[in-house]
Design a protein around this ligand. Structure first.
Ligand SMILES: Nc1ncnc2c1ncn2[C@@H]1O[C@H](COP(=O)(O)OP(=O)(O)OP(=O)(O)O)[C@@H](O)[C@H]1O
Ligand SMILES: [Mg+2]
Length: 562
């Protein structure tokens, strides 16, 4: 505070800042001080208030009580004196991040918030998407919401009906293709160059299927796999990486994706749904979430819904995989999602999260943490003083007690929520979802028995060059390998993951020639090098040779020929 200010002015400013002048007497004091007509009596009144406030802070921590947060339809819990904290529901229309160690009460807090918001749930006005990634904890809300006559649909990852290539309503197919390609690259962690391959392939499919002309007969991820597999002229590293991811996806959740038209995400966003994704892999969870968010987000932007009223509330509990790198889809979306009517809530056990999530979550909640670093990281992003951080490290110990810093509130404040003792044994979860079953879909039964992709044909190179062979009419989709490449490849498949020096003597090949062969096999996508530490903690890591799935298929195809 400015030292040149008089004591009166300092007291006055302190009292305003601490919210000590909100009541009628406080407002009179405020007026008197503003007019500069103070006397001993008014000074004593104000100093008495400041004195009590300082004592209270000594006792309850260096945080202001949220005295102004007494109005609005959303109940956040109770302040340290047991007073209700309320504010407008619209404050949740900005991304929120909750951090707290295991057992700090994050899930209980989320469930409490959802129950507080439940009275507002109604078709098309406000609905909730609750994502369970590891445990299945939001399902317990179903019977409690039912008492309020609100239906929570519970759906597992494997029961979804989704076509990621379906274009969201009002969105241009080409713009969607490039956004989806970027999202797939991030979810699958494939080289960025794969984005071009993906978007070109998707646009090619849209053209073939008439989607660019407004058609709604959509290609599927199976069609995408087939197009990319045939595209042998593309960057082989990107192509192989994408093929491996696509095959893994289609094998694990092919039944979910065997739809020309899956559930329309715009319609899904009108329903309250608990997505129990603990039955699918993290990559598939991330993909489904990204597709759902991308659709919800892009169709809203296309309909120019900026600064819209919040009508979709999303809770992602245990979102560690989604928040810990700046390259996840959520990290990319979060900067854009504000103002589109989507209230996104993420929770995580540690503050080890991407900068973009930290900077783009105006609402932050901090519970008990297990490491001082988490208090420091969150403290810095919530604008806490050193004294406040230190206090939290020592005193924020109880489950259910949190510090909130809201984009629309002036000061961070402490609050508690009651423990909700949901007993799983007290109810049976209704896993039917008639509301979703009513949504129109178009199955693609031709893919229902898709198990794995066909073996690639391997052409053994003899004398002619690849160009000559193409001009002779050889199928351009075939993969070509020279006899030496085949010898090298067979040895790698037989004894994989050995250092590069291991192979040349085994196949009686000179080191120089083996180097050339190895480079050719890497560029064709049959093998890759991985660094491993041979003796722990000492020396430089050495390169080992790893066959890709393409190598296995090529070698089994060759054995079939023999
Ligand atoms: N508001 C509360 N008041 C008192 N105890 C609570 C409160 N919230 C949670 N607890 C206690 O803490 C336990 C863990 O709560 P919860 O599952 O919400 O934590 P969590 O942060 O989600 O943990 P995890 O990260 O492991 O999922 C609860 O079983 C309950 O006993
Ligand atoms: Mg939890």
């Amino acid at each position: 505070m400015n030292k040149k200010l008089s004591e009166n002015m300092r007291d006055h400013l302190y009292a305003i800042d601490a919210g000590l002048l909100e009541d009628p007497l406080g407002q009179s004091l405020d007026l008197v001080y503003r007019c500069g007509v103070t006397d001993d009596f008014t000074r004593d009144l104000l100093k008495g208030r400041i004195h009590n406030h300082v004592l209270e802070m000594e006792k309850h921590g260096p945080f202001h009580r949220p005295r102004k947060l007494t109005q609005g339809d959303f109940y956040q819990g109770f302040d340290i004196k047991g007073q209700e904290i309320r504010f407008p529901v619209d404050w949740l229309n900005e991304p929120k991040l909750t951090i707290g160690t295991t057992g700090s009460g994050k899930t209980t807090l989320a469930r409490y918030e959802i129950l507080m918001l439940a009275p507002f749930f109604s078709l098309g006005k406000l609905s909730a998407w609750l994502f369970d990634f590891r445990k299945t904890e939001f399902g317990a809300l179903q019977p409690y919401l039912a008492r309020l006559e609100k239906h929570l649909n519970i759906i597992t990852g494997r029961k979804m009906k989704l076509n990621p290539l379906q274009v969201p309503c009002s969105v241009e197919p080409i713009s969607y293709a490039s956004n989806l390609s970027d999202a797939l690259v991030r979810v699958w962690e494939v080289p960025p160059v794969a984005s071009l391959l993906l978007s070109q392939s998707i646009i090619q499919l849209y053209r073939t299927f008439g989607v660019l002309d407004g058609g709604q007969h959509y290609p599927t991820m199976f069609d995408l796999h087939s197009v990319i597999r045939k595209n042998t002229g593309s960057n082989s590293q990107a192509r192989n990486a994408v093929l491996v991811r696509l095959e893994t996806l289609l094998i694990s959740v092919g039944n979910v994706l065997a739809y020309r038209k899956g559930w329309d995400v715009h319609e899904l966003s009108k329903l309250s749904i608990n997505f129990q994704f603990n039955d699918i892999t993290e990559k598939d969870q991330n993909l489904f979430l990204s597709v759902l968010l991308l659709h919800a987000f892009m169709s809203r932007v296309a309909q120019s819904r900026s600064n819209a009223k919040m009508n979709l509330l999303i809770y992602c509990d245990e979102a560690s995989r989604l928040v810990n790198s700046s390259d996840t889809s959520v990290s990319q979306f979060i900067g854009l999602i504000r103002g589109t009517g989507i209230g996104l809530n993420l929770s995580n056990q540690t503050a080890d999260i991407s900068r973009s999530i930290l900077s783009n979550t105006p609402n932050k909640i901090l519970g008990r943490c297990a490491s001082a670093t988490d208090y420091d990281v969150m403290g810095a992003s919530m604008g806490l003083t050193a004294e406040q951080k230190q206090w939290l490290k020592i005193h924020l110990k109880k489950p259910g007690m949190f510090l909130a810093s809201l984009g629309q509130a002036v000061h961070p404040f402490l609050f508690t929520v009651p423990n909700l003792n949901f007993k799983q044994s007290d109810f049976t979860v209704d896993r039917s979802f008639p509301e979703l079953d009513r949504l129109p879909i178009v199955p693609a039964p031709e893919f229902s028995n898709w198990t794995t992709f066909a073996q690639p044909e391997v052409v053994v190179e003899t004398t002619s060059s690849p160009l000559e062979r193409q001009s002779e009419g050889t199928d351009a989709t075939q993969l070509t390998l020279s006899p030496d490449e085949i010898r090298y490849l067979k040895e790698v498949v037989k004894t994989p993951k050995k250092p590069i020096s291991y192979y040349p003597p085994r196949i009686q090949m000179g080191t120089g020639h083996a180097l050339k062969i190895r480079k050719a096999l890497i560029s064709k996508g049959f093998i890759k090098l991985e660094k491993v530490q041979q003796s722990p903690g000492r020396g430089r890591p050495s390169n080992i040779v790893v066959p890709t799935s393409l190598a296995h298929d090529a070698v089994s195809a060759l054995q079939g020929e023999c």
